[in-house]
Design a protein around this ligand. Structure first.
Ligand SMILES: Nc1ncnc2c1ncn2[C@@H]1O[C@H](COP(=O)(O)OP(=O)(O)OP(=O)(O)O)[C@@H](O)[C@H]1O
Ligand SMILES: [Mg+2]
Length: 327
């Protein structure tokens, strides 16, 4: 049986724990054409959450462009990445991609080539001497064009938004300001993982995006949501874990989604079917406790690291010095 606790990538479906309120908040924001900055530290689940919210919107009547800015490093790569995301969100079939690309972004020389796996891939190119400014205007005005005159509702998500601070100038930030102000029928969500940067971008009066939208900090997942989630997944594999042990895991990770999944992944792996996970308090942090069938959470911290400061403090300061043993 596959380990039900996933850490690292985007999680969905059975691997996705709660976030019900946050999902419905984001769905409402999208329906209302709101502009929202969603931020947290790394690995708190922003991408998984926004993907879950996008999945709740009716397919009919909505065009949702998800733009991952992580690979972008300049205005030009921003332009081509946004153009690609919008085109793909508008195309129902591979055959239609090039047609759509030409219709909306003809000036960006769209072409479809085969990637290494033989799959068709859409690419855009900004000619060497092409001016980026007009191309930027063109891609950023497109969502509003699509939504105009009773068109579909449009949602644009910019993930890893802090990346625009690496572009060397603030053209994108400035341009987005007017887009946000004027595109009443388009919802924009900006996801960022460097909290202080995003806050600075939105809450600093001197920045173009000052109070350009609402801000939505994403916190950890509460223990009351982890309890049934973790217990059920152990039970499904005929493994047992009781409330107190899940509580200790949550204390250790402070509900941080990535770390909670990681610790549970390790515990689940070490726990034999028809057995239960048991924790024993071990003075001295359980040194030497790792062996076949045994797991010291302190060591999981080492394996998973780097843990957030607060978590490490909890472990080092004697907050949690326990040894988890699978019997
Ligand atoms: N709702 C959730 N339920 C269970 N696990 C979650 C949830 N959200 C996030 N996780 C855990 O956190 C990990 C990271 O999630 P995700 O990539 O969505 O976070 P992120 O904030 O977008 O991260 P990054 O800062 O790297 O962009 C997932 O692989 C999963 O282990
Ligand atoms: Mg992410």
């Amino acid at each position: 049986m596959r380990n039900p606790f996933e850490y690292g990538g985007v999680v969905s479906g059975e691997a996705f724990c709660n976030r019900e309120k946050q999902t419905s908040d984001l769905v409402r924001a999208m329906e209302n054409g709101e502009k929202l900055f969603v931020f947290s530290e790394r690995r708190y689940g922003k991408t998984s959450l926004v993907r879950a919210a996008l999945g709740k919107l009716p397919r009919k009547g909505y065009v949702c462009a998800y733009v991952d800015l992580w690979p972008t490093d300049s205005e030009a790569t921003f332009v081509t990445t946004v153009a690609k995301a919008i085109t793909e969100s508008m195309s129902t079939s591979v055959g239609k991609v090039l047609e759509t690309a030409k219709k909306f972004f003809g000036s960006l020389s769209p072409s479809v080539t085969m990637d290494e796996e033989g799959k068709p891939a859409l690419t855009f190119g900004l000619g060497k001497h092409a001016r980026v400014g007009p191309a930027l205007d063109e891609v950023l005005v497109t969502p509003a064009r699509i939504a105009a005159k009773g068109g579909p509702r449009v949602v644009v998500v910019f993930d890893e938004f802090q990346q625009i601070l690496e572009y060397g100038n603030d053209h994108v930030e400035r341009k987005l300001r007017s887009v946000i102000q004027n595109h009443r029928h388009v919802s924009y969500l900006f996801l960022g993982s460097r909290k202080h940067l995003i806050q600075k971008m939105v809450l600093d009066r001197n920045r173009p995006l000052y109070r350009a939208g609402g801000h939505y900090p994403l916190g950890p997942i509460a223990e009351k949501h982890w309890q049934p989630f973790v217990r059920q997944r152990f039970a499904d594999a005929d493994k047992g874990i009781d409330q107190e042990h899940i509580h200790e895991v949550c204390e250790l990770t402070q509900g941080h989604p990535f770390y909670t999944q990681h610790v549970c992944h390790v515990l689940w792996e070490l726990c034999e079917p028809k057995a239960g996970c048991e924790h024993r308090n071990a003075p001295g942090g359980g040194e030497g406790a790792v062996g076949p069938g045994k797991l010291c959470l302190h060591d999981v911290v080492g394996v998973s690291g780097p843990f957030p400061e607060a978590v490490l403090e909890g472990v080092g300061g004697g907050g949690l010095r326990s040894e988890g043993v699978c019997r």
